[in-house]
Design a protein around this ligand. Structure first.
Ligand code: FES
Ligand SMILES: [Fe+2]
Length: 407
């Protein structure tokens, strides 16, 4: 900790090693095509990347096709007949046609539309049409090409490296044992995606600090955080880990529920931007939920490096991907989960959460293309980051380290 600058006073409890963090970051170099390519090779090919949820493929033979834009890859993620989850490149081993065209389904066999070669759910080549016309063909050499796959809580992670440097447990570090089934009892209530003309760093940076919430969200979220004791909405807890970072946000105890919020959450459980009263410790909360055990806890935001953000409240969580397409474009995907609805009141709560959340999200994406266009002028190379924006500092420090390690 010796190299870290003195911290200015705030309510924030900081945890972790700040010694390599920098408050000035060169964004101009990061929007150059050559630099971006080195990020693909040294970050995206080396990191464990969450791609989907086990909830999408609960039964044997269930599959989902997911794109991983920075690797230009389409993957089939499938639960095999042995109940194991695996991911394969969605490429037929005959002449490289796209094997599975459906987005999801349940199959025992994947059959290529071109010449009808077939592969089982464990990736084995099981059928070659007119096989005698392939003299000497060794089927064993033409199984689907696997990608390293590991499951953590409800998340399916893949790693594109030939030999990953870390196990998933090592990659996740402190968070690995921290959620213990917290996401299990949830249902998906919304999903959407949007492509924006902005570099991936610019897009993910919009979701890993709370500094902007008082200003950018002044209309949609006027008083849900902050309040008399915390007018600038400082994060009460902020932690940097080896690869990742997280913070907690405090609810405003004087928040006035609007008439619509009262109606929406009157019969169901409160969801963002309303919060149940939570003070420090809640029996049954695993250690990574409200990790600093702060009073008036509202939600946590965790960046799983490089491009995934998990936001979790007491009764909901949101998964966000910021997939780079190239140095100028990002595909943002969002999936919202909430506690399982049992009646109309819960459905109403879910519906309000869905709509309200999307409104806030629209504000969050509103700055991205303008920032990217400004950077493209080349007149401003560096941005400056406050200590409340420490997760951004951490993000850039890990990104730079991985790029330099591969250079
Ligand atoms: S390319 Fe798939 S069977 Fe020919
Ligand atoms: Fe925001």
């Amino acid at each position: 900790m010796s190299n870290a600058p003195e911290l200015a006073p705030s309510i924030t409890v900081f945890k972790g090693d700040r010694s390599k963090l920098k408050s000035k970051v060169n964004l101009l170099e990061r929007i150059q095509p050559g630099y971006y390519q080195s990020e693909v090779d040294n970050i995206y090919r080396q990191s464990w990347l969450p791609v989907t949820s086990t909830k999408e493929i609960p039964k044997k033979g269930d599959f989902i096709v997911v794109d991983v834009p920075p690797l230009k890859a389409s993957l089939i993620v499938v639960r095999g007949q042995d109940n194991q989850v695996r991911a394969f490149y969605n490429i037929c081993r005959h002449r490289a046609n796209k094997l599975e065209l459906d987005e999801r389904g349940n199959k025992r066999v994947f059959t290529c539309p071109f010449h009808a070669w077939s592969f089982n759910t464990e990736g084995k080549l099981t059928g070659v049409t007119d096989e005698p016309q392939f003299p000497g063909l060794n089927r064993l050499e033409h199984d689907l090409i696997p990608v390293h796959t590991e499951v953590w809580e409800t998340f399916v992670f893949v790693n594109f490296a030939k030999a990953p440097k870390h196990s998933l447990a090592q990659w996740l570090g402190e968070m690995h044992g921290g959620y213990q089934g917290f996401f299990d009892d949830r249902e998906q209530i919304a999903h959407w995606s949007i492509e924006v003309n902005a570099n991936w760093h610019v897009t993910i940076n919009a979701f890993t600090e709370g500094y902007h919430s008082l200003f950018l969200h002044r209309a949609t979220l006027p008083d849900y955080q902050g309040g008399k004791d915390n007018p600038m909405r400082h994060r009460p807890y902020l932690e940097v880990m080896e690869h990742h970072g997280r913070y907690s946000a405090k609810a405003n105890p004087d928040h006035h529920m609007t008439p619509v919020e009262k109606l929406a959450f009157g019969a169901g459980r409160p969801l963002y931007p309303a919060f149940p009263q939570i003070d420090t410790d809640v029996p049954g909360f695993p250690t990574s939920v409200n990790p600093g055990r702060v009073s008036n806890w509202a939600f946590d935001i965790t960046e799983l490096f490089p491009c995934f953000v998990l936001i979790n409240g007491a009764n909901w969580h949101q998964c966000m991907w910021f997939w780079p397409i190239d140095e100028n474009r990002t595909l943002i995907r969002v999936i919202d989960y909430a506690y399982k609805a049992q009646g109309l009141g819960d459905r109403l709560a879910h519906a309000y959460f869905r709509v309200r959340n999307r409104e806030v999200f629209r504000e969050d994406i509103s700055t991205m293309e303008a920032i990217h266009a400004s950077l493209k002028t080349g007149v401003m190379s560096h941005v400056v980051l406050s200590q409340q924006e420490m997760l951004l500092q951490k993000h850039y420090s890990v990104a730079a380290e991985m790029v330099e390690a591969g250079a």
